[in-house]
Design a protein around this ligand. Structure first.
Ligand SMILES: Nc1ncnc2c1ncn2[C@@H]1O[C@H](COP(=O)(O)OP(=O)(O)OP(=O)(O)O)[C@@H](O)[C@H]1O
Ligand SMILES: [Mg+2]
Length: 511
């Protein structure tokens, strides 16, 4: 059972428009901007997120702040001021009057001035992007242009502080006019908003790219799942079909054997003499019965090969005697048709580990085809040569036959010379068009499948041939015989080559 997949989150357009500076802007860019502002204007700059997290900070301690920070009380008061400055909402028009703030945000103004108990001040500017508040810039502390001396609040907060020294330090600081501060703030605000805009654009683009890749991946995965399911269904159907063919063929064979047997007895006159016409009818019954039996035997063979229940008896053997027997069996019939069958054997000795009976069936099928599809006056030549094969050679041969479902790769070490027997069945017949060469190995496939076709047969021969050859770790392929005819090539690894092969057996065949 397949585990149900959790679908990936959809592209959240609205969520991704709710930009957070910390998500989209590179911190180093923010620091760079703060550093250049400090260098240009001599003004400390901090950038906070809308939730109050400090994102960038650049500033040097002012001499007045140094004086205040000398005492613990001064440090505490300074910390409290900074904390308040951090939490001021620059978009709120409410006056904040906790005694530390000199001014709130004037109605319509785009900033808040937050006063420090020392007389210094902070200017807090909201950052707005796509009508949303995304953070703030805090400028300062700075000495306002209208500051005259240390305020009474300083004396109340730090009564022991040297007031004279404080005044001297305060008055020694550069002053900032509100208009200059407004310009600096505007400049920084614009620069930061441009950075946010371009960073957000890049962020959205990369996110959309990511979503589209994820979406394609998901679609692909779904298609794969559907394909896998279809493949499993097809395999199951194929298995059912093989079982069905096997059962039906088996059940047909018994009554058919009786039909053939009784028609033979009738023909032999065991049940009394037959008139000429009766003898002809009985002969037809006998011939058709034999044809039907051949078909049923073929179907049974194929079904056993496909289901892996055919038992092959491998034994040391030579291909020569098998081929001689095949040729001597089929040559007389061929000669009657006007087709010559010739056998040319290589003398080199090569031992195979094979099932001689099944290999005989392979070559009977191939030579029978060659004779069947070669017109009168033609020639069929069967040759057997021993050749050295290289690692992977058998898989290459398979490639030429366009049969790519089960790969057999010979992985013998390159220095070991491996031998194989190559049997070719060459005819000068009608040939097989290139587009049909891979298909002829499929069960029931015939190049001419019309009702008026000249040659008999059911189209099972080559599919059985291929299964048996593969069970021997070999390959069968087909080529054109220029200018006319067909060449079938069967390559069977020697017994030694088979021993060093990885135990890669076609799944459907259990020898
Ligand atoms: N030597 C050949 N020359 C031309 N066509 C061939 C040759 N061998 C096979 N074919 C083509 O391949 C088809 C399939 O061959 P296959 O041996 O599987 O079936 P068949 O000969 O038609 O029937 P069966 O072998 O089951 O009696 C043939 O029908 C024919 O079209
Ligand atoms: Mg055939």
């Amino acid at each position: 059972m397949r585990a149900s997949r959790v679908p990936p989150p959809a592209f959240d357009v609205v969520g991704d428009l709710n930009v957070r500076i910390e998500d989209v802007v590179d911190r180093e860019d923010l620091f760079e901007m703060c550093r250049s502002a400090q260098a240009l204007f001599g003004l400390g700059v901090r950038v906070y997120s809308s939730e109050g997290a400090l994102l960038a900070n650049e500033g040097r301690e002012l001499s007045m702040c140094g004086l205040v920070n000398e005492t613990a009380a001064g440090r505490a008061a300074c910390g409290a001021t900074v904390n308040r400055a951090k939490s001021v909402d620059p978009l709120s028009s409410a006056e904040v009057s906790d005694g530390y703030l000199a001014r709130g945000r004037a109605l319509g103004a785009d900033h808040v001035v937050h006063a420090c108990f020392t007389g210094l001040a902070y200017r807090i500017v909201p950052l707005v992007y796509e009508t949303r508040h995304v953070g703030r810039i805090v400028l300062g502390p700075y000495a306002p242009a209208d500051m005259k001396e240390a305020p009474a609040l300083l004396v109340r907060t730090l009564p022991t502080l040297d007031r004279q020294e404080a005044n001297a330090r305060l008055l020694g600081l550069p002053r900032f006019e509100p208009s200059a501060l407004a310009q600096i703030a505007q400049h920084l605000k614009t620069a930061l908003e441009v950075i946010i805009f371009s960073s957000h654009k890049a962020y959205l683009t990369s996110k959309m790219h990511l979503y589209s890749v994820r979406e394609s991946y998901r679609t692909l995965e779904e298609k794969n799942e559907r394909l896998e399911e279809a493949l499993a269904r097809l395999k199951e159907l194929d298995r059912l079909k093989s079982n069905f063919l096997g059962t039906v063929s088996h059940e047909l064979r018994t009554p058919l054997t009786s039909i053939i047997g009784y028609s033979e007895m009738l023909a032999d006159g065991i049940a009394g003499p037959l008139a000429t016409e009766q003898a002809e009818f009985v002969d037809t019954i006998h011939r058709k019965g034999e044809q039907l039996l051949a078909l049923i035997v073929g179907l049974l063979d194929l079904s056993k090969l496909e289901s892996g229940t055919m038992s092959l008896r491998y034994a040391p053997m030579q291909i020569g005697p098998t081929l001689k027997e095949v040729v001597s069996t089929l040559a007389p019939g061929a000669l009657k048709k006007g087709v010559e069958v010739e056998l040319a054997l290589d003398r080199t000795f090569c031992e195979l580990a094979g099932d001689a009976e099944r290999l005989r069936q392979v070559f009977v099928n191939l030579v029978d085809n060659a004779v069947k599809f070669t017109p009168k006056g033609g020639k069929v030549t069967v040759t057997a040569t021993v050749r050295t094969i290289e690692p992977g050679a058998l898989s290459e041969v398979r490639g030429t036959s366009d049969v790519d479902d089960i790969g057999i790769v010979l992985l013998a070490a390159p220095h070991l010379d491996q031998k194989a027997v190559e049997v070719t069945i060459t005819d000068t017949g009608i040939g097989i068009p290139p587009a049909d060469r891979a298909k002829v190995f499929d069960a029931f496939y015939q190049v001419d499948s019309s009702a008026t076709r000249e040659h008999g047969g059911t189209g099972l021969g080559l599919s059985i041939v291929r299964r048996i050859v593969e069970a021997h770790h070999g390959v069968v392929s087909v080529q054109a015989n220029e200018p006319q005819g067909t060449i079938f090539v069967v390559t069977l690894p020697s017994a030694h080559a088979r021993r060093v092969m990885p135990s890669r057996v076609p799944p459907a065949v259990r020898p």
